[in-house]
Design a protein around this ligand. Sequence first.
Ligand code: CO
Length: 207
Amino acid sequence: MPTARRRYRDKRAPSLALRRRFPLISGVSVLSIHRYPSRVLTQHAAEITQINARAAKLLNDMVDTMYASNGIGLAAPQIGSLLRAIVIDTDSESRGKQLIKIINPEILESSGSVVWEEGCLSVVNYTADVTRARHVLMRGWTIEHKEVQIEASDLLAVCIQHEIDHLDGRLFIDRISALKRSLYRKRLNKQVRQDEDDAPAKRPGAL
Ligand code: CO
């Protein structure tokens, strides 16, 4: 039985469950999601200088991957692309209606404060309360080369800030206390060690 823990070790392999979910749909690219502590999640993503077919494919792959993982937001570094692109769809009941795909997003204004329990597709089995601005004004570009400004509050504002953090190499666990973060790290290390004990033959160099 493949467990969630074992999938964690096999970071680059597409999850079997996801491939099973989309066996025959063509044009769907569900990519594997990099998970903490993958280095790509700590790096600064570069601006997209040309809005072209490659950028469109990146955004579409991100949407497919987000939906297949039941996520409400995804940033390009999470699928290994160090470019400034984010996708968000906070309506998990009725997919597509609230979908936004933004290139080179930036926050122009922010105000207020809100505490939200956040999770992340790159941080497995963990959520924590994070304090962020309650309202933001975001600017970015669409794949149609249109400059857009989006005013957001509460969940959408939290998502926008969470995804832009990814573009700056920051995870929500970088915004919690050092104590909570170290407890999470310890738990994660324990999971990885347990996996190794479960499958000694797979360890490199094991006899
Ligand atoms: Co995230």
